[in-house]
Structures are given as C-alpha cells and as structure tokens.
Design a protein around this ligand. Structure first.
Ligand code: SF4
Ligand code: SF4
Length: 288
C-alpha cells in the first residue's frame, strides 16, 4: 500500500460531499477514551457500547450494517439516509478520514493511503468542492482532543511495556538465561486480535477498555491520567509480590500483550512494535 505523507499546510480536496460512502467496509480502531465518547453520545454505558458495537474487547468498531453496492458492510453506527448516528462522539479515525495519522513507534504523521486521494474513488465530485489545508480540515473536525488522547494512550502503552521490560531485565529473569519470554513477545506481536484479547482475559480487558472511572470529565487528559493510575495500581496488585521466574515470565508476557492490544486500538502496527521491543530487550542483555 502506497503512503502519501502530508504536512498541516498540504492543500487537498478535503470538503466532504457527505454521501457517507466511507462508512462502509472500514476498520475503525478505538482507544478507551473514544469508546467512552461513543457511549456518552449513545446514552449507554461504555460496557454496553463495547458489548453491542465493538469487536476484540472494544478496540474495533463493528461493521455489521446493511452492505453497499460493493457488498461492504456499513458501520454499526450508520443509519440509512441519515449517516452517522453518533456524529458528535465519532472517534479520531472518522474525524481524520480521508487522512490517517500514521504512528511509528511514538511519532505521528498525517498521511493518506494510496497514490490517489481516497475520496476520489467514491465521491469524485469532491474535486468540484473547495480545497482545504490539512490544518484547517483538522480544526473543523475537532480532532485536537482526540489526537491528544491518542498520544496520551501511546505513552500509557509504552509505560505498560516498560514494566514488562523491568520484569524481564531488572528482576533477574533475563540473567537466568531465559529465552521463552522474548519468544512469547514475538508470538504475541503476530497473534490475531481475538486471540490476544482472550489471552489477556476479561479482568484485564475491562480494566484496559472500560475502566471504572465514575467522575468522568470532558478533558481526555484528565481521564487518561486516571486510567493510567488505575492500570499501574492493578499491575502493582497483581505483580507486586511475585518471585518465581515462571511468575516473572508470565507477568512480563501478559503486560506486553496488554500494551500491544492497546497499540492496535491506536492504529499502530503491533508486529513492528513487538519486534522493536524485542530488539531493545536484546540490546539490554535478554536472549531469545
Ligand atoms: S469518501 Fe470523502 S467525500 Fe466521500 S463521504 Fe467520505 S470523506 Fe466525504
Ligand atoms: S462512527 Fe460514524 S462516521 Fe465513523 S464509520 Fe461509523 S457511521 Fe461513519
């Protein structure tokens, strides 16, 4: 897939013709803040939204609506002749489309996929509409808090992985000559999202995707900080007193699984990230 990189000054036919043709056959990934925003707009709980409308424990929006002419199924939130039923709560992926925000490790860049501007495939009339700079388009879409949320969750992803590194490198596990922990990190990087969600288990999945934060706020950064604290507290409760090498191995593996599942929900490439982490661990003395 060709990637065209953009800057905020790039000018493109970014006025939407509003046919909704891009609400079919897509993979819209979600982070926990986006899941909460959806549920608020829908006036149901995040748990209900996840169970009714999401896949893989909440990291992907379900596309199970009536198919279009090409046989691509509509988003679960798409209503015929009306469009998006949760427009104000839509996630970053929908706010950015036809643009994407490519995450490589911990950096983001605006892009579109393919060498042809994506709207031209389904809505060629956009060529007749006014052009916009990427920066103005993002402003009009209210993307800023959602971008901040994505970046804050990228930090959480790295922080969770850092604990997995500590359990491997600083606990003495790597020094025993352990090779199975990095082998498991590699396996997890290629694991299908449904299998990964199962590996993580319901308790951790709930803590990851529908954290019990009752005094919710409109500010994603405040919410995400609380979520971060909850995740660290849970890790402390679960792994604070483990001792055996088997326990250290299992804890390190489950934390990498959680970090990679979150990474997928952020639209990142889990395999690339796991390989990067494996190389980093090896450069600090771990073996595979
Ligand atoms: S494909 Fe582009 S122009 Fe068409 S509905 Fe989607 S964003 Fe709008
Ligand atoms: S959430 Fe709304 S904008 Fe996004 S794909 Fe679904 S219907 Fe379209």
């Amino acid at each position: 897939m060709q990637i065209t990189k953009l800057t905020t000054q790039s000018v493109l036919p970014l006025t939407c013709s509003r046919t909704g043709s891009c609400c079919f056959g897509k993979a819209v990934m979600l982070n926990p803040w986006e899941l909460l925003c959806f549920s608020k707009e829908k006036k149901i709980t995040a748990r209900e939204f996840r169970d009714l409308y999401c896949e893989f424990g909440g990291i992907r929006l379900r596309f199970n609506g009536k198919p279009d002419k090409k046989g691509q199924q509509a988003c679960s939130q798409y209503v015929d002749n009306m469009g998006c039923s949760v427009h104000l709560g839509r996630p970053l992926a929908c706010r950015l489309y036809p643009l994407g925000r490519h995450i490589q490790f911990d950096k983001a860049q605006y892009i579109y996929e393919s060498d042809t501007f994506p709207c031209l495939n389904d809505c060629a009339e956009v060529l007749e509409l006014p052009q916009l700079s990427v920066g103005d388009y993002l402003k009009g879409q209210g993307a800023d808090p959602f971008e901040k949320a994505q970046d804050a969750y990228l930090n959480i992803m790295q922080n969770i992985a850092d604990i997995a590194f500590e359990l491997l490198l600083d606990s003495g596990l790597a020094a025993t000559g352990d090779t199975k922990t990095l082998a498991a990190w590699r396996e997890i990087g290629s694991e299908l999202p449904e299998a990964l969600a199962e590996r993580i288990g319901q308790e951790w999945m709930d803590c990851l995707m529908i954290p019990n934060i009752t005094d919710t706020t409109e500010d994603p950064i405040v919410f995400i900080q609380k979520h971060h604290d909850l995740l660290l507290l849970k890790a402390q409760e679960k792994f604070g007193s483990i001792q055996t090498t088997q326990e250290l191995h299992e804890a390190s593996v489950i934390l990498i699984a959680i970090a990679l599942h979150l990474a997928r929900g952020l639209g990142a490439n889990a395999k690339e990230i796991s390989e990067h982490w494996i190389e980093t661990a090896k450069s600090h003395g771990a073996k595979e």
